[in-house]
Ligand binder design. Structure first.
Ligand SMILES: NC(=O)c1ccc[n+]([C@@H]2O[C@H](COP(=O)([O-])OP(=O)(O)OC[C@H]3O[C@@H](n4cnc5c(N)ncnc54)[C@H](O)[C@@H]3O)[C@@H](O)[C@H]2O)c1
Ligand SMILES: [Zn+2]
Length: 355
Protein backbone atom coordinates (compact mmCIF):
# COMPACT_ATOMS: atom_id res chain seq x y z
CA UNK A 1 0.00 0.00 0.00
CA UNK A 2 1.11 3.52 -0.73
CA UNK A 3 -0.25 6.48 1.22
CA UNK A 4 -0.24 10.11 0.14
CA UNK A 5 -1.60 13.09 2.00
CA UNK A 6 -3.78 15.96 0.88
CA UNK A 7 -2.44 18.77 2.99
CA UNK A 8 -5.30 21.00 4.11
CA UNK A 9 -4.41 21.81 7.71
CA UNK A 10 -6.91 20.34 10.13
CA UNK A 11 -8.87 18.90 7.20
CA UNK A 12 -5.90 16.99 5.78
CA UNK A 13 -6.62 13.44 4.71
CA UNK A 14 -4.87 10.34 3.43
CA UNK A 15 -5.14 8.72 0.01
CA UNK A 16 -4.42 5.02 0.37
CA UNK A 17 -3.59 3.23 -2.89
CA UNK A 18 -3.13 -0.51 -3.15
CA UNK A 19 -4.52 -3.87 -4.12
CA UNK A 20 -7.10 -5.45 -1.81
CA UNK A 21 -7.72 -2.35 0.34
CA UNK A 22 -11.50 -2.68 0.10
CA UNK A 23 -11.50 -5.34 2.83
CA UNK A 24 -9.06 -3.59 5.19
CA UNK A 25 -11.13 -2.72 8.26
CA UNK A 26 -8.28 -0.74 9.82
CA UNK A 27 -8.32 1.79 6.98
CA UNK A 28 -11.93 2.80 7.58
CA UNK A 29 -12.12 2.76 11.36
CA UNK A 30 -10.17 5.97 12.14
CA UNK A 31 -12.42 7.94 9.78
CA UNK A 32 -15.84 6.81 10.94
CA UNK A 33 -17.49 9.64 12.88
CA UNK A 34 -19.86 7.41 14.84
CA UNK A 35 -21.65 4.09 14.76
CA UNK A 36 -23.84 4.65 11.69
CA UNK A 37 -22.68 4.22 8.12
CA UNK A 38 -24.53 4.69 4.85
CA UNK A 39 -22.85 3.22 1.79
CA UNK A 40 -23.84 4.98 -1.43
CA UNK A 41 -23.28 2.86 -4.51
CA UNK A 42 -25.00 1.86 -7.73
CA UNK A 43 -26.62 -1.20 -9.26
CA UNK A 44 -23.47 -2.17 -11.21
CA UNK A 45 -20.93 -1.82 -8.42
CA UNK A 46 -23.09 -3.24 -5.62
CA UNK A 47 -23.08 -6.86 -6.82
CA UNK A 48 -19.30 -6.68 -7.34
CA UNK A 49 -18.00 -4.99 -4.20
CA UNK A 50 -20.69 -4.10 -1.67
CA UNK A 51 -20.41 -7.34 0.33
CA UNK A 52 -16.62 -6.98 0.66
CA UNK A 53 -16.89 -3.40 1.86
CA UNK A 54 -19.67 -4.33 4.27
CA UNK A 55 -17.55 -7.09 5.75
CA UNK A 56 -14.81 -4.56 6.55
CA UNK A 57 -17.21 -2.39 8.54
CA UNK A 58 -17.56 -4.17 11.85
CA UNK A 59 -19.13 -2.82 15.06
CA UNK A 60 -21.18 -0.22 13.21
CA UNK A 61 -24.68 -0.18 11.76
CA UNK A 62 -24.38 -0.27 8.00
CA UNK A 63 -27.12 0.67 5.53
CA UNK A 64 -26.87 1.15 1.84
CA UNK A 65 -28.57 3.04 -0.93
CA UNK A 66 -28.20 1.65 -4.43
CA UNK A 67 -28.70 4.25 -7.15
CA UNK A 68 -29.28 3.66 -10.85
CA UNK A 69 -26.06 3.61 -12.87
CA UNK A 70 -25.10 6.37 -15.25
CA UNK A 71 -24.19 10.00 -15.77
CA UNK A 72 -27.82 10.64 -16.79
CA UNK A 73 -28.81 9.86 -13.19
CA UNK A 74 -26.46 12.41 -11.68
CA UNK A 75 -29.48 14.61 -11.01
CA UNK A 76 -31.09 16.35 -8.07
CA UNK A 77 -34.00 13.88 -8.25
CA UNK A 78 -31.83 10.78 -7.93
CA UNK A 79 -29.58 12.52 -5.42
CA UNK A 80 -32.59 12.98 -3.17
CA UNK A 81 -32.79 9.20 -2.74
CA UNK A 82 -29.71 9.46 -0.55
CA UNK A 83 -31.61 11.72 1.87
CA UNK A 84 -34.59 9.37 1.77
CA UNK A 85 -32.25 6.59 2.91
CA UNK A 86 -30.54 8.74 5.56
CA UNK A 87 -33.81 9.93 7.05
CA UNK A 88 -35.61 6.60 6.84
CA UNK A 89 -32.74 5.07 8.81
CA UNK A 90 -32.76 8.08 11.17
CA UNK A 91 -29.08 8.66 10.66
CA UNK A 92 -27.71 11.26 13.06
CA UNK A 93 -25.13 14.00 12.62
CA UNK A 94 -22.29 11.65 13.48
CA UNK A 95 -23.07 9.23 10.66
CA UNK A 96 -20.57 8.56 7.88
CA UNK A 97 -21.30 8.30 4.16
CA UNK A 98 -19.11 6.01 2.12
CA UNK A 99 -19.09 6.46 -1.65
CA UNK A 100 -18.44 3.13 -3.35
CA UNK A 101 -18.17 3.55 -7.12
CA UNK A 102 -16.95 5.82 -9.86
CA UNK A 103 -16.99 9.59 -10.12
CA UNK A 104 -20.75 9.82 -10.45
CA UNK A 105 -21.32 8.10 -7.12
CA UNK A 106 -18.43 9.97 -5.48
CA UNK A 107 -19.72 13.36 -6.61
CA UNK A 108 -23.30 12.63 -5.53
CA UNK A 109 -22.44 11.03 -2.17
CA UNK A 110 -19.97 13.80 -1.35
CA UNK A 111 -22.54 16.48 -2.11
CA UNK A 112 -25.11 14.65 0.04
CA UNK A 113 -22.57 14.47 2.88
CA UNK A 114 -21.98 18.23 2.51
CA UNK A 115 -25.70 18.92 2.87
CA UNK A 116 -27.10 16.32 5.25
CA UNK A 117 -27.59 18.09 8.56
CA UNK A 118 -25.22 20.75 7.17
CA UNK A 119 -22.34 18.33 6.85
CA UNK A 120 -21.46 14.80 7.91
CA UNK A 121 -18.33 12.70 7.50
CA UNK A 122 -17.61 10.95 4.24
CA UNK A 123 -15.10 8.53 2.77
CA UNK A 124 -14.33 7.99 -0.89
CA UNK A 125 -13.86 4.42 -2.08
CA UNK A 126 -13.29 4.96 -5.81
CA UNK A 127 -13.63 1.94 -8.10
CA UNK A 128 -12.94 3.41 -11.55
CA UNK A 129 -9.57 4.57 -12.83
CA UNK A 130 -11.01 8.02 -13.36
CA UNK A 131 -12.23 8.23 -9.78
CA UNK A 132 -8.97 6.85 -8.38
CA UNK A 133 -6.81 9.39 -10.19
CA UNK A 134 -9.08 12.39 -10.10
CA UNK A 135 -12.64 12.74 -8.85
CA UNK A 136 -12.25 11.15 -5.41
CA UNK A 137 -9.48 13.61 -4.49
CA UNK A 138 -9.99 17.31 -3.91
CA UNK A 139 -13.51 17.77 -2.61
CA UNK A 140 -15.45 18.86 -5.66
CA UNK A 141 -18.91 17.37 -5.30
CA UNK A 142 -22.18 17.92 -7.10
CA UNK A 143 -24.81 16.98 -9.63
CA UNK A 144 -25.71 17.99 -13.18
CA UNK A 145 -28.50 20.28 -14.34
CA UNK A 146 -30.09 19.80 -17.78
CA UNK A 147 -28.54 23.14 -18.78
CA UNK A 148 -25.04 22.48 -17.51
CA UNK A 149 -22.75 19.86 -16.11
CA UNK A 150 -21.82 19.87 -12.39
CA UNK A 151 -23.62 23.18 -12.01
CA UNK A 152 -25.00 22.42 -8.55
CA UNK A 153 -22.55 21.38 -5.88
CA UNK A 154 -20.14 22.18 -3.08
CA UNK A 155 -16.52 21.97 -2.11
CA UNK A 156 -16.49 19.30 0.58
CA UNK A 157 -13.46 17.19 1.42
CA UNK A 158 -13.61 13.50 2.32
CA UNK A 159 -11.97 12.17 5.48
CA UNK A 160 -10.06 9.57 3.50
CA UNK A 161 -9.71 8.14 0.02
CA UNK A 162 -9.28 4.38 -0.15
CA UNK A 163 -8.39 3.30 -3.69
CA UNK A 164 -8.34 -0.46 -4.15
CA UNK A 165 -6.58 -1.01 -7.46
CA UNK A 166 -7.84 -4.61 -7.64
CA UNK A 167 -11.34 -3.28 -8.38
CA UNK A 168 -10.07 -2.06 -11.76
CA UNK A 169 -9.99 -5.67 -12.97
CA UNK A 170 -13.74 -5.59 -13.65
CA UNK A 171 -13.79 -2.18 -15.31
CA UNK A 172 -14.94 -2.16 -18.96
CA UNK A 173 -12.11 -1.25 -21.37
CA UNK A 174 -13.89 1.89 -22.53
CA UNK A 175 -13.97 3.13 -18.90
CA UNK A 176 -10.28 2.35 -18.48
CA UNK A 177 -9.49 4.56 -21.48
CA UNK A 178 -11.73 7.29 -20.08
CA UNK A 179 -9.69 7.24 -16.88
CA UNK A 180 -6.47 7.48 -18.86
CA UNK A 181 -7.69 10.80 -20.25
CA UNK A 182 -7.36 12.37 -16.79
CA UNK A 183 -4.01 10.65 -16.22
CA UNK A 184 -2.66 12.08 -19.49
CA UNK A 185 -4.04 15.46 -18.45
CA UNK A 186 -1.59 15.63 -15.53
CA UNK A 187 1.27 14.98 -17.93
CA UNK A 188 0.10 17.63 -20.39
CA UNK A 189 -0.40 20.38 -17.81
CA UNK A 190 2.30 19.70 -15.30
CA UNK A 191 4.82 16.95 -15.88
CA UNK A 192 6.49 16.36 -19.24
CA UNK A 193 8.57 13.49 -17.84
CA UNK A 194 5.38 11.73 -16.69
CA UNK A 195 3.96 12.27 -20.18
CA UNK A 196 7.01 10.56 -21.69
CA UNK A 197 6.57 7.67 -19.27
CA UNK A 198 2.85 7.42 -20.05
CA UNK A 199 3.43 7.43 -23.77
CA UNK A 200 5.85 4.53 -23.42
CA UNK A 201 3.64 2.64 -20.96
CA UNK A 202 0.27 3.00 -22.69
CA UNK A 203 0.24 -0.61 -23.91
CA UNK A 204 1.01 -1.84 -20.37
CA UNK A 205 -1.64 0.46 -18.91
CA UNK A 206 -4.26 -0.67 -21.40
CA UNK A 207 -3.34 -4.27 -20.55
CA UNK A 208 -3.85 -3.37 -16.86
CA UNK A 209 -0.38 -4.36 -15.75
CA UNK A 210 -0.57 -3.76 -12.00
CA UNK A 211 2.81 -2.06 -11.60
CA UNK A 212 2.13 0.37 -14.44
CA UNK A 213 -1.36 1.18 -13.17
CA UNK A 214 -0.11 1.64 -9.62
CA UNK A 215 2.54 4.12 -10.74
CA UNK A 216 0.09 6.05 -12.94
CA UNK A 217 -2.44 6.31 -10.10
CA UNK A 218 0.16 7.34 -7.57
CA UNK A 219 1.74 10.04 -9.71
CA UNK A 220 -1.69 11.36 -10.73
CA UNK A 221 -2.81 11.59 -7.10
CA UNK A 222 0.45 13.30 -6.16
CA UNK A 223 -0.10 16.02 -8.75
CA UNK A 224 -3.76 16.42 -7.86
CA UNK A 225 -3.05 16.54 -4.10
CA UNK A 226 -0.35 19.16 -4.62
CA UNK A 227 -2.60 21.40 -6.69
CA UNK A 228 -5.58 21.03 -4.34
CA UNK A 229 -3.45 21.78 -1.27
CA UNK A 230 -2.19 24.97 -2.93
CA UNK A 231 -5.58 26.16 -4.20
CA UNK A 232 -8.51 24.30 -2.67
CA UNK A 233 -11.26 26.57 -3.98
CA UNK A 234 -9.90 27.16 -7.47
CA UNK A 235 -8.94 30.78 -7.25
CA UNK A 236 -5.74 30.10 -9.16
CA UNK A 237 -3.77 27.08 -10.31
CA UNK A 238 -6.49 24.49 -9.63
CA UNK A 239 -8.16 25.79 -12.79
CA UNK A 240 -5.36 24.13 -14.76
CA UNK A 241 -7.02 20.80 -13.97
CA UNK A 242 -9.81 21.89 -16.29
CA UNK A 243 -7.55 21.44 -19.31
CA UNK A 244 -9.77 20.04 -22.08
CA UNK A 245 -12.83 20.30 -19.84
CA UNK A 246 -14.51 23.45 -21.16
CA UNK A 247 -14.62 21.80 -24.58
CA UNK A 248 -15.35 18.41 -23.00
CA UNK A 249 -18.27 19.59 -20.90
CA UNK A 250 -19.79 21.15 -24.02
CA UNK A 251 -19.54 17.77 -25.75
CA UNK A 252 -21.10 15.98 -22.78
CA UNK A 253 -23.99 18.44 -22.47
CA UNK A 254 -24.42 18.77 -26.23
CA UNK A 255 -24.63 15.02 -26.87
CA UNK A 256 -26.80 14.27 -23.84
CA UNK A 257 -25.27 13.05 -20.58
CA UNK A 258 -24.06 9.47 -20.72
CA UNK A 259 -23.56 9.13 -24.47
CA UNK A 260 -19.98 10.28 -24.43
CA UNK A 261 -18.09 9.25 -21.31
CA UNK A 262 -16.60 12.14 -19.35
CA UNK A 263 -13.07 10.94 -20.10
CA UNK A 264 -13.84 10.56 -23.80
CA UNK A 265 -15.17 14.11 -23.97
CA UNK A 266 -12.06 15.30 -22.13
CA UNK A 267 -9.87 13.38 -24.59
CA UNK A 268 -11.38 15.19 -27.59
CA UNK A 269 -11.47 18.41 -25.53
CA UNK A 270 -7.73 18.23 -24.86
CA UNK A 271 -7.06 17.87 -28.59
CA UNK A 272 -9.18 20.98 -29.24
CA UNK A 273 -7.37 22.92 -26.50
CA UNK A 274 -4.01 21.82 -27.94
CA UNK A 275 -5.16 22.81 -31.44
CA UNK A 276 -6.03 26.28 -30.16
CA UNK A 277 -2.67 26.46 -28.35
CA UNK A 278 -0.97 25.70 -31.65
CA UNK A 279 -2.99 28.40 -33.44
CA UNK A 280 -1.73 30.89 -30.86
CA UNK A 281 1.79 29.88 -31.79
CA UNK A 282 2.49 28.23 -28.43
CA UNK A 283 2.57 24.56 -29.37
CA UNK A 284 4.55 23.39 -32.36
CA UNK A 285 2.82 21.36 -35.04
CA UNK A 286 4.90 18.45 -33.83
CA UNK A 287 3.73 18.80 -30.22
CA UNK A 288 0.11 19.07 -31.37
CA UNK A 289 0.52 15.91 -33.42
CA UNK A 290 1.95 14.18 -30.38
CA UNK A 291 -1.03 15.20 -28.22
CA UNK A 292 -3.37 13.75 -30.81
CA UNK A 293 -1.31 10.57 -31.17
CA UNK A 294 -1.08 9.87 -27.42
CA UNK A 295 -4.80 10.47 -26.87
CA UNK A 296 -5.69 8.18 -29.77
CA UNK A 297 -3.29 5.53 -28.48
CA UNK A 298 -5.11 5.61 -25.13
CA UNK A 299 -8.25 4.54 -27.00
CA UNK A 300 -9.90 7.94 -26.84
CA UNK A 301 -11.64 10.09 -29.47
CA UNK A 302 -9.54 12.96 -30.86
CA UNK A 303 -12.36 14.96 -32.45
CA UNK A 304 -15.76 16.12 -31.22
CA UNK A 305 -18.95 14.63 -32.68
CA UNK A 306 -19.41 15.98 -36.21
CA UNK A 307 -23.01 17.00 -35.58
CA UNK A 308 -22.06 19.49 -32.86
CA UNK A 309 -21.89 22.80 -34.75
CA UNK A 310 -19.45 25.56 -33.83
CA UNK A 311 -22.40 27.80 -32.84
CA UNK A 312 -23.80 25.21 -30.48
CA UNK A 313 -20.33 24.61 -29.06
CA UNK A 314 -19.84 28.30 -28.28
CA UNK A 315 -23.28 28.49 -26.72
CA UNK A 316 -22.55 25.49 -24.48
CA UNK A 317 -19.11 26.75 -23.56
CA UNK A 318 -20.57 30.05 -22.44
CA UNK A 319 -22.48 28.23 -19.67
CA UNK A 320 -19.33 26.62 -18.34
CA UNK A 321 -18.12 27.61 -14.89
CA UNK A 322 -14.84 28.82 -16.30
CA UNK A 323 -16.63 31.91 -17.61
CA UNK A 324 -15.67 34.88 -15.44
CA UNK A 325 -17.22 38.35 -15.86
CA UNK A 326 -18.77 37.19 -19.10
CA UNK A 327 -15.39 36.23 -20.52
CA UNK A 328 -14.57 32.69 -21.53
CA UNK A 329 -11.42 31.45 -19.83
CA UNK A 330 -9.55 28.52 -21.32
CA UNK A 331 -6.71 26.34 -20.16
CA UNK A 332 -4.14 26.14 -22.93
CA UNK A 333 -0.66 24.69 -23.29
CA UNK A 334 2.44 26.82 -23.59
CA UNK A 335 4.36 23.66 -24.19
CA UNK A 336 3.89 20.01 -23.28
CA UNK A 337 3.99 19.94 -19.47
CA UNK A 338 3.11 23.62 -18.98
CA UNK A 339 -0.43 25.01 -18.97
CA UNK A 340 -1.86 28.48 -18.42
CA UNK A 341 -5.34 29.91 -17.97
CA UNK A 342 -6.14 32.64 -20.42
CA UNK A 343 -9.12 34.86 -21.04
CA UNK A 344 -7.63 36.41 -24.11
CA UNK A 345 -8.18 34.20 -27.09
CA UNK A 346 -9.16 35.89 -30.32
CA UNK A 347 -12.69 34.67 -31.17
CA UNK A 348 -11.66 33.91 -34.75
CA UNK A 349 -8.97 31.48 -33.54
CA UNK A 350 -11.43 29.66 -31.29
CA UNK A 351 -13.86 29.60 -34.18
CA UNK A 352 -11.18 28.11 -36.45
CA UNK A 353 -10.47 25.36 -33.93
CA UNK A 354 -14.16 24.48 -33.64
CA UNK A 355 -14.58 24.47 -37.41
N1 LIG B 1 -15.19 15.74 -8.44
C1 LIG B 1 -14.22 15.84 -9.31
O1 LIG B 1 -13.19 16.46 -9.06
C2 LIG B 1 -14.36 15.16 -10.62
C3 LIG B 1 -13.24 15.01 -11.46
C4 LIG B 1 -13.40 14.30 -12.65
C5 LIG B 1 -14.63 13.77 -12.98
N2 LIG B 1 -15.70 13.95 -12.17
C6 LIG B 1 -17.00 13.37 -12.47
O2 LIG B 1 -16.86 11.96 -12.44
C7 LIG B 1 -17.83 11.38 -13.31
C8 LIG B 1 -17.17 10.34 -14.15
O3 LIG B 1 -16.66 9.33 -13.32
P1 LIG B 1 -16.39 7.86 -13.85
O4 LIG B 1 -15.64 7.94 -15.11
O5 LIG B 1 -15.84 7.11 -12.73
O6 LIG B 1 -17.84 7.37 -14.27
P2 LIG B 1 -18.95 6.49 -13.52
O7 LIG B 1 -19.04 6.83 -12.11
O8 LIG B 1 -20.18 6.61 -14.35
O9 LIG B 1 -18.38 5.00 -13.65
C9 LIG B 1 -18.21 4.46 -14.93
C10 LIG B 1 -18.93 3.11 -15.09
O10 LIG B 1 -18.17 2.08 -14.46
C11 LIG B 1 -18.97 1.36 -13.55
N3 LIG B 1 -18.06 0.88 -12.53
C12 LIG B 1 -17.53 1.55 -11.50
N4 LIG B 1 -16.60 0.82 -10.89
C13 LIG B 1 -16.54 -0.36 -11.54
C14 LIG B 1 -15.76 -1.52 -11.39
N5 LIG B 1 -14.78 -1.58 -10.49
N6 LIG B 1 -15.98 -2.57 -12.22
C15 LIG B 1 -16.93 -2.46 -13.19
N7 LIG B 1 -17.68 -1.39 -13.40
C16 LIG B 1 -17.48 -0.34 -12.59
C17 LIG B 1 -20.00 2.36 -13.13
O11 LIG B 1 -21.12 1.72 -12.60
C18 LIG B 1 -20.28 3.06 -14.44
O12 LIG B 1 -21.13 2.29 -15.24
C19 LIG B 1 -18.43 12.52 -14.10
O13 LIG B 1 -19.71 12.80 -13.59
C20 LIG B 1 -17.49 13.68 -13.85
O14 LIG B 1 -18.14 14.92 -13.89
C21 LIG B 1 -15.58 14.63 -11.00
ZN1 LIG C 1 -12.50 15.43 -15.54
Amino acid sequence: MHTLKVDLGSRSYPIHIGSGLLAEAALYRPHLAGAQVLIVTNETVAPLYLATLRSALTDVTVREVILPDGEQYKTLEVWNQIFDALLTARMSRDCTLIALGGGVIGDMAGFAAACYQRGVAFIQVPTTLLAQVDSSVGGKTGVNHPLGKNMIGAFYQPRAVIADTATLATLPQRELSAGLAEVLKYGFIRDAAFLDWLEAQLPALLAREPAALAHAIRRSCEVKAEIVAADEHESGQRALLNFGHTFGHAIETGTGYGNWLHGEAVGAGMVLAADLSARLGWLTAEALARVRRVIAAAGLPVAPPSDLSAERFLELMAVDKKVLNGQLRLVLLQQLGTAVVTGEVAPELLRATLD
